[in-house]
Design a protein around this ligand. Structure first.
Ligand SMILES: Cc1cn([C@H]2C[C@H](O)[C@@H](COP(=O)(O)OP(=O)(O)OP(=O)(O)O)O2)c(=O)[nH]c1=O
Length: 191
């Protein structure tokens, strides 16, 4: 009998690269097309958990494990958007400048028998106070595009980050410690 395969329900190339670091190669990539709008009054942690879960459930498959995740940048109870344009990225970065914020990354794993397991990582990131020139130069890099909170730690933004308390992989999109633990507890063979 062949062991069940892994389906990654994510369009994010970063999640694929991060998984490869722990020796996991998905057999298939099947991005979930779900409504990612937060519910009214939904708290950031609840939102991250719900979206991770919904992505995994949308990819439900009888012949494999389905792995999904969601990364949310939050300031207090406020969920920052994914920056799709420069004005949104600027607003996010002005808000993050000189202060701490939370990055919440959920990971959800659906087993072939229908069992859903999930974990959430919370990491605190602190940005330096950004000067006008720093802000403009970061915006010109375009690295913020499609990123939650308008920055990508895996690029130039790391030069503007004073500290990170928690998990670097989580800020990038997939908390590897939690992901490995979930896969192990579900009985998925990790190399
Ligand atoms: C804060 C931060 C976010 N991000 C990215 C990770 C996620 O791709 C994105 C948050 O959006 P997500 O909805 O978590 O992921 P996605 O849209 O890329 O992929 P899919 O929904 O198909 O799984 O922001 C970084 O790459 N680096 C960072 O430092």
């Amino acid at each position: 009998m062949t062991s069940p395969k892994l389906i990654l329900a994510s369009a994010s190339p970063r999640r694929r690269d991060l998984l490869a670091r722990i020796g996991v190669e998905p057999a298939r990539i099947a991005p979930a097309d779900i409504d990612e709008d937060p519910l009214e009054h939904e708290l950031p942690k609840e939102y991250a958990r719900r979206i991770g879960r919904e992505k995994a459930l949308a990819g439900a498959s009888a012949d494999g494990f389905v792995l999904a995740g969601d990364t949310v940048v939050a300031v207090g109870r406020r969920i920052l958007p994914k920056a799709e344009d420069e004005a949104t990225a600027r607003k996010c970065l002005e808000l993050l400048s000189g202060r701490r914020h939370r990055v919440l990354s959920s990971v959800a794993l659906l087993s072939p028998d229908g069992t859903l397991r999930e974990k959430l990582n919370e990491t605190i990131v602190k940005f330096k106070r950004l000067s006008g020139a720093e802000l403009s130069s970061y915006l010109a890099s375009g690295e913020w595009e499609g990123k939650a909170g308008g920055y990508a730690i895996q690029g130039a933004a790391e030069g503007l980050i004073v500290s990170i308390q928690g998990s670097h992989s989580s800020v990038m999109g997939l908390p590897l410690y939690e992901t490995r633990a979930l896969l192990k507890s579900a009985g998925f063979a990790i190399g």
